[in-house]
Ligand binder design. Structure first.
Ligand SMILES: NC(=O)c1ccc[n+]([C@@H]2O[C@H](COP(=O)([O-])OP(=O)(O)OC[C@H]3O[C@@H](n4cnc5c(N)ncnc54)[C@H](O)[C@@H]3O)[C@@H](O)[C@H]2O)c1
Ligand SMILES: [Zn+2]
Length: 371
């Protein structure tokens, strides 16, 4: 079944999000949004995993509505999310005579989407781009909201722009080829939406656990749809993160710091799961949520194959890394807590001691075995 949502600003649609099982409607949807493209070019930007799996079918679909379609492929992985790759893409676009009326299509996970969006924002001072997310994380999070960018040396997402796609097109069937660990990586953000914004959705996740684990297509489509709905509500209210959009960072203050200090040995969603355990623990300690809520949140994460403890983490290093993040925010500590399950709040009074104690909660300690 096809579902659509529209991201709006001041009552005006900025871009639609279209979801379906199968890719039959891509050319039709593209034409409806972009108009007559028969004399224009599209460059599919993809990575070395997704390109061989889905590049040709997307190219065929786009060839039905565009004059020509090129494919630019770069090596998969966060290590490619750099200005060097953007430079190679600029060169490719120049050599293939792309001008301001042409379009880029990001076909891949968050790495492809962020990089393509940034290239689109800057090439010739901005050309159109569409998002065709293929990972669960990209479908529920990175393809919606207009944040684009690349990493710079060790600094994640250091260079970027807010730049809106013209269309986000999701074919849920793409998830069939997504490795399991990346599916569950995306589930961390899905659980996050339920916790921060939508109790009913959180309860749906609890009720449909078996179907989610079996990747039931109807249920997966529903969780993608409802996640996008949550993100839509938050980004429409605050498109450039001046206020409430910060609640999307639930689990991310400590999550990012863990990600950094673990040298990227854990996936983003896994670090966010650990960060959410910490944030939920502080929420409980401060009397916002109940003890049972805290343990249930942990159980949900475990059910979705996400970690709730970590081995070999250096608490002081994590705290130092999280302080670095804070400095970037003019020294204000904005920690996202749960007022209750399904409702997040921005807190400015979380102390370092509370964070340290929360981190102790997730530190994996092997049981001592007597010889
Ligand atoms: N812009 C935003 O608002 C935002 C939000 C969250 C995360 N991000 C960014 O997103 C990135 C993480 O995204 P991600 O988890 O999708 O990582 P990713 O793009 O690296 O994709 C994960 C892995 O899955 C592979 N893959 C993707 N789709 C596939 C498919 N259908 N079949 C087979 N393999 C597939 C990729 O090749 C890659 O190996 C990070 O760089 C992060 O900073 C951005
Ligand atoms: Zn995230």
């Amino acid at each position: 079944m096809k579902k659509t949502l529209a991201i709006k600003q001041n009552g005006k649609t900025i871009y639609p999000i279209c979801m379906e099982q199968g890719a039959e409607k891509l050319s039709e949807t593209f034409s409806a949004v972009m108009g007559d493209f028969t004399g224009r070019k599209v460059c599919i930007v993809t990575d070395s995993n997704v390109g061989p799996l889905h590049g040709e079918s997307v190219r065929d679909a786009l060839l039905r509505c565009a004059g020509s379609v090129e494919i630019f492929t770069f090596p998969a992985g966060e290590a490619s999310k750099t200005l060097d790759t953007v430079r190679e893409l600029y060169t490719f676009l120049i050599e293939h005579h792309f001008d301001r009326k042409d379009c880029l299509a990001a076909l891949g996970g968050g790495v492809v989407g962020d990089l393509t969006g940034y290239a689109a924002a800057t090439y010739l001072r901005g050309i159109d781009f569409i998002q065709i997310p293929t990972s669960l994380l990209a479908m529920v999070d990175s393809s919606v909201g207009g944040k684009t960018g690349v990493d710079f040396d060790a600094y994640k997402n250091m260079v970027g722009a807010f730049y809106m796609p013209r269309l986000v097109y999701m074919n849920i069937d793409f998830l069939d080829t997504l490795p399991e660990e990346h599916f569950f990586n995306g589930m961390a953000e899905v659980v996050k939406y339920g916790l921060i914004q939508d109790l009913d959705f959180y309860e749906y996740l609890l009720a449909k656990m078996a179907e989610i684990l079996a990747h039931d297509p109807e249920v997966v489509e529903e969780i993608v749809y409802r996640s996008c709905l949550c993100k839509k509500e938050v980004v429409e209210e605050d498109p450039t993160e001046k206020g409430r959009r910060a609640i999307l960072n639930f689990g991310h203050t400590l999550g990012h710091a863990i990600e950094k200090t673990m040298d990227l040995t854990l996936l983003h969603g896994q670090c966010v799961a650990l960060g959410m355990v910490c944030a939920a623990w502080i929420s409980w300690q401060k009397g916002h949520i109940e003890k049972e809520d805290f343990y249930e949140i942990r159980d949900v994460l475990v059910a979705f194959r996400l970690p709730i403890t970590v081995e070999g983490a250096d608490i002081e290093q994590i705290l130092a890394a999280s302080k670095l993040d804070k400095k970037m925010d003019k020294g204000t500590v904005r920690f996202i807590l749960l007022r209750q399950v399904g409702d997040a709040m921005i807190s400015t009074d979380v102390t370092e001691e509370e964070m340290r104690n929360a981190l102790l909660e997730i530190l994996y300690v092997e049981d001592e075995v007597a010889d």
